[in-house]
Design a protein around this ligand. Structure first.
Ligand code: BG6
Ligand code: MG
Length: 213
């Protein structure tokens, strides 16, 4: 059996709605209305890069000190929202797939752009399912660069070609492909259709499918 590498936001839990609320407020501070479509394109993109894109859309130029303040404000707002989140927000089929991995000795890593990943895993009480965690604090180049997934594979002692990546974002699928891994696009959005396989939810992924990979 191959190893699993899970993205976090949008794969394990739907945090995109909280990122959206927080970024929307930041956008409004610089006189800009962030659209749903624009928020979609921020999936998988690091916090710093997300702010840069928003400022670009808003055609606003601010100092690095002001940027730093907005990044802190955004994250405080986001953390306040996710701290109210419970286990019921874990997406369908996730716990079952993590349990399947555990029962079948399939090594599991997290490969996320988020710097809040460990806090979210703790909050959801699922940290113990992961043999390795690579998040936004451990990478120097964000997705679509393969660094986050290659580090995950290395920590699991697995060859990249033996890793299956679960991702919900275009940047993440591109990163996993660049790493030479098998890609599973989650959530059914058009932007993940380039993945090797696609599923609307993890509840639709059967053990026979995993064994066939
Ligand atoms: C990704 C999300 O997983 O993490 C992005 O899809 C987010 O929307 C990025 O910007 C960074 O997250 P954080 O928690 O470090 O702000
Ligand atoms: Mg994601």
């Amino acid at each position: 059996m191959k190893a699993f590498i899970f993205d976090l936001d949008g794969v394990i839990v739907d945090t995109a709605k909280y990122h959206f609320i927080a970024w929307k407020r930041i956008g409004e501070k610089v006189g800009f209305q962030l659209s749903h479509e624009q928020n979609e394109s921020l999936k998988g993109v690091s916090r710093v890069e997300s702010l840069e894109r928003i400022l670009g859309w808003a055609e606003v130029e601010i100092s690095s000190t002001e940027k730093e303040a907005l990044l802190i404000e955004k994250n405080e707002d986001y953390l306040q929202q996710i701290d109210a989140m419970g286990r019921e927000e874990i997406l369908p089929g996730v716990i079952e797939l993590l349990q399947f991995a555990q029962e079948n000795n399939i090594p599991v890593a997290l490969g996320s752009a988020s710097k809040n990943a460990t806090r979210i895993l703790e909050k959801l009480n699922i940290t113990s399912y992961f043999n390795a965690i690579v998040d936004g604090n451990h990478v120097t180049i964000s997705k679509p660069d393969p660094e986050v997934f290659l580090k995950g594979a290395a920590l699991l002692n697995q060859a990249p070609k033996d890793c299956i990546v679960f991702e919900d974002a275009a940047a993440g699928i591109a990163a996993a492909k660049a790493a030479g891994m098998t890609t599973i696009g989650m959530g059914g959005a058009d932007e993940v259709k380039t993945a090797d396989h696609c599923f609307d939810t993890m509840a639709l992924i059967k053990p026979e499918f995993i064994r066939s990979l």
